[in-house]
Structures are given as C-alpha cells and as structure tokens.
Design a protein around this ligand. Structure first.
Ligand code: PLP
Length: 358
C-alpha cells in the first residue's frame, strides 16, 4: 500500500516500527508513552530532545523560541494576529489559495484589518501572487504567507522579504521538506500531520522580540505564556510530541533537510516529468511555482478522474482524490514517502494511459 494522503499522512516506516516496539514501555520505563505524566522527567527529556533536534535541523538561532501548541494550523490563524498584530491591528496577505484565504478570514473574524495585496484567484491559483515592487508595508504588523499551498500545489521556494514588516509563514505542508532560512521569518507555524508526526501538535517558531505580554489572548494561544512555561502551561499532546521527536531523529539520520529536499525534488520531478509528457494527464501549475510535496493533476474529465482514482485504489495506491474544492487527483509526496512511492505511481499512470481507449 502507498498512501498519498495530504494529511494526516504517511509516517516513516522506521518510526512506526519504533513506536510499536516502545509502546508498552517508553525508554525502558515500564510505562507506555500513552500514560506517562507530562510533568515526568522522562517526558521533559523527550520534549527537550525534540526541541534541540528541530533547532539543529532548521539551524534555528537562539533568539527564536520553539513552542508546541494544540489547535492545528487553524489555531495559529487566530494566534498569530492575537499575539503579533498588536500595534496596527492590520495584516497584509498574499492570496495564494484556500489556506491563505482561511487565515485572512480568521483574522477578520477576530476584528483585525486584512488587506490582500495580490491574488492569483483569477487564474485558479496556477501561479503564485507576489508583492508589488518596493511596497512599504510599515502600516502592517506582518505579512501572512502560505509557503506551500496544499490544495493548489504551489510553493514559494525563494525567500520573500517584505519591506518594513514581519513575515509570518504557514509552513504546514512543506515544513522540513525544503530548506528555508529561519531568520527570514518572524514567525513560522506548522501542524505536524504532514511532515512531522500525527495530528494534534502544532509547532511554532517565533523570534523573541515578537513575543510580549498581550492582554486578552486566550491562554491556550498565548505565545508569551507558552515561552514562560516551555510549552507545559497545560497538558501538552504527549504522544504527538514523542512521535515528532522520533521523526526528527529519523530526519537527522537521513542527513537533514538539505538531503531530504534533494530526495523530495527527485520524487516530485519524476511525477512532473511524466505529467508534462502525458497526453491524458495534466498539472496546470507554472513550473517554477510547483510544490515539492503536493501535486494536483487531472484528465480534465471528472468521470475519468474518478475511474483513475478507483483503479489506483484497487492497486493499493490510496488517497489520490484531489481536494473537494478543486477536484481531480492529488499526490502528496511528503518526506516519509519513499522514492519507490513516486515510481509506482508513475508506472501506474503510464500503464493506465497506455490502456485507455478515449
Ligand atoms: N495551512 C495549510 C497550508 C494546510 O494545508 C492546512 C491543512 O491541511 C491548514 C493550514 C489547517 O491545518 P489544521 O487542519 O491543522 O488546522
């Protein structure tokens, strides 16, 4: 079975085996990770290890905090404005698709002003919107950017440096899949359930000078409080943090994010190369904006797309249905997807095309 789901998504086989092995007794304690106290020294070590491994992998400088929240990316759509948009109460947005719009809507709902500075909605998000040249953004508390658009299949691979404001990045779907320079960002957040672990934990990486005491922020979303309590203000998601820790160790063994990026480029290129020469399937995204992790494609015929999805499922190629808002197919090739997973998919699509009598 190969699982191409967009999230929750495949975890590394090695990590699943380790969990199975350690489930009755974590680190020889005689207790399961599912039942240990978050105040135990055992868990505090697991947490500290996960933070240090993430710091090493992403080269996160000391003036950035690593925090673990619940509430997913959606929780951070609220937390980011509540904690950071305290000066102007005004946020700039590049509309690159569904999740960017959702982030903007949440900020608006909470009473913040939100300006969409550019959008590619009119071309079905087939390429990325960019900032108008030299635009001074000093009237905004930050610019919100969706680094990888999970549904549309685009990603900002180059650094974006807004003038006179902070950059807030939703990295939910390409976190640890490609290298970014953390110092380009004021805040990075990512739900774990694509490249880091199971659903239930959300990583926040935030620069120290952006964290300050804000009245009326719900405690559960309060960056300042979570810094002071080292993410142990209330009961954290113990199992997802433990699993994320194992995934981070696995990623270190592979050689880190640069090495992972090369593998991800290889996997995605295999599929894009096939799609670009295919007479049946098409990916509509401008090549330079294509995502490494989420690849949508279609035959252009809904019925035929469904036929392909059903045939794929029969072959053990699971969860290839595109997001309901765009239809078609989508293959998510996150870190844990082996190269064979991309090859098997290409072979299947090639075979389908060969035998298809249109
Ligand atoms: N941002 C992006 C880019 C996503 O892909 C998703 C979910 O798929 C979200 C945010 C929402 O995340 P969550 O479901 O963890 O709230």
């Amino acid at each position: 079975i190969y699982n191409y789901a967009a999230g929750p998504a495949k975890l590394p086989d090695q990590v699943i085996s380790q969990i199975q092995e350690e489930l009755p007794s974590v680190q020889g304690s005689g207790m399961s990770i599912l039942e240990i106290s978050h105040r135990s020294a055992l868990f505090e070590n697991i947490l500290a290890d996960a933070q240090q491994d993430l710091r090493d992998l992403m080269k996160i400088p000391d003036n950035y905090h690593i925090l673990f929240f619940q509430g997913g990316g959606t929780g951070q759509f609220a937390a980011a404005p509540l904690n950071l948009a305290t000066n102007h109460r005004k946020i700039a947005l590049l509309d690159s698709g569904h999740w960017a719009v959702r982030a903007g809507d949440e900020a608006t709902r909470l009473g913040f002003d939100m300006d969409t500075l550019a959008s590619t909605k009119n071309i079905q998000y087939q390429s990325l919107p960019h900032l108008p040249e030299n635009q001074n953004l000093d009237q905004y508390d930050y610019l919100h950017l969706t680094m990888n658009n999970t549904i549309e299949g685009t990603a900002y691979h180059q650094p974006v440096r807004p003038i006179n404001t902070e950059l807030v990045a939703d990295m939910s779907s390409n976190f640890l899949a490609e290298t970014y320079n953390v110092t380009d960002f004021g805040l990075i957040f990512a739900g774990a359930q694509k490249n880091l672990g199971p659903a239930g934990v959300t990583v926040v990486i935030v620069r120290d000078d952006l964290v300050h005491k804000v009245e009326n922020v719900p405690s559960i979303l309060d960056y300042d409080l979570f810094v002071k309590k080292n993410s142990l203000y209330n009961t954290p998601p113990v199992f997802p943090i433990y699993t994320a820790g194992l995934v981070l160790k696995w990623l270190k063994e592979i050689g880190g994010i640069d090495e992972m990026q090369k593998i991800n480029e290889q996997k995605s290129q295999m599929l894009y190369d096939f799609l670009d020469q295919s007479k049946l399937f098409t990916n509509h995204i401008t090549p330079s904006d294509r995502s490494l992790t989420n690849i949508p494609f279609t035959t252009g015929d809904e019925q035929l797309d469904n036929q392909v999805i059903n045939a794929a499922t029969e072959h053990g190629l699971m969860s290839l249905k595109g997001h309901r808002s765009v239809g078609g197919l989508r293959a998510s090739l996150y870190n844990a997807m082996p190269i064979e997973g991309a090859q098997v998919l290409v072979d299947f699509l090639e075979d389908f095309e060969k035998h298809y009598q249109g």
